[in-house]
Design a protein around this ligand. Structure first.
Ligand code: CA
Length: 228
């Protein structure tokens, strides 16, 4: 597997490159948009990890050009927090997934492996757990076919839980991903939002997906309570 990283923040680029090489991937790196495009235009990469704000050509333009040219590489976009319009624009331009900065390398690796397993023709922006569906492009949630309206924080929390379905998420993990690293409020903000989600996503539908894992946190799962 051959991967290209296009990222002008050297520290971030180095962290990704070192980590992926340790996982036995062949990794090239470009520190600006123009050299990234030159490399992407001539090498058949399996996956491109792309920052959006780049000197020279920006990430969105690079995606557009690559897709116009018929480039099939999976594209993982690195975005700033809460840049919803960016996500929509870039999915439309042809990105396959996105990861919000800052992120842990382990999380990037999970995304990379998932993208590399995914057949290019079968790119899907819809996450599903049981009868719950999240369209990450439209940021719409449905359960049993019924549209559920969520606030942006509720949506972010649910998307985080659904994309990590089956895993126990601690309140700290949730705060770091859904709120801000500098968030200094009480961790019971998570409990408050989980309660809102339960009222909208679970209670009207009978079968519960959001589990409390005593002493640990929360888990979105189809397993019976206690099994998580
Ligand atoms: Ca940048």
């Amino acid at each position: 597997m051959r991967l290209l990283i296009v990222e002008d923040e050297r520290k971030v680029a180095d962290m990704i490159v070192r980590g992926l090489r340790a996982e036995s991937f062949a990794v090239d790196v470009a520190f600006d948009g123009n050299s990234g495009w030159e490399m992407a235009a001539v090498v058949n990469y399996d996956l491109i990890i792309l920052d959006l704000m780049l000197p020279g050509m920006n990430g969105t333009e690079l995606i557009r050009r690559l897709r116009q040219k018929g480039g099939k590489a999976a594209i993982l976009v690195l975005t700033a927090r809460d840049a919803t319009q960016d996500k929509v624009d870039n999915f439309e331009a042809g990105a396959d997934d996105y990861l919000t900065k800052p992120f842990a390398f382990a999380e990037l690796l999970v995304r990379v492996k998932a993208l590399l397993r995914r057949p290019p023709a079968n790119v899907d922006h819809v996450l599903r757990v049981a009868d719950l569906e999240i369209d990450r492009l439209a940021q719409q949630v449905r359960r049993a076919g019924k549209r559920i309206d969520l606030t942006s924080k509720e949506y972010a929390l649910l998307e985080y839980m659904v994309s990590h379905a089956g895993r126990v998420l601690t309140r700290t993990m949730i705060i770091e991903h859904v709120w801000d690293e500098s968030f200094e409020g009480l961790t019971n903000i998570v409990d408050v939002y989980v309660r809102h989600l339960r009222e909208k996503v679970d209670e009207p539908f009978g079968a519960k997906l959001i589990r409390t894992v005593r002493g640990a946190g929360y888990c979105l799962s189809t397993e019976p309570e206690g099994a998580a």
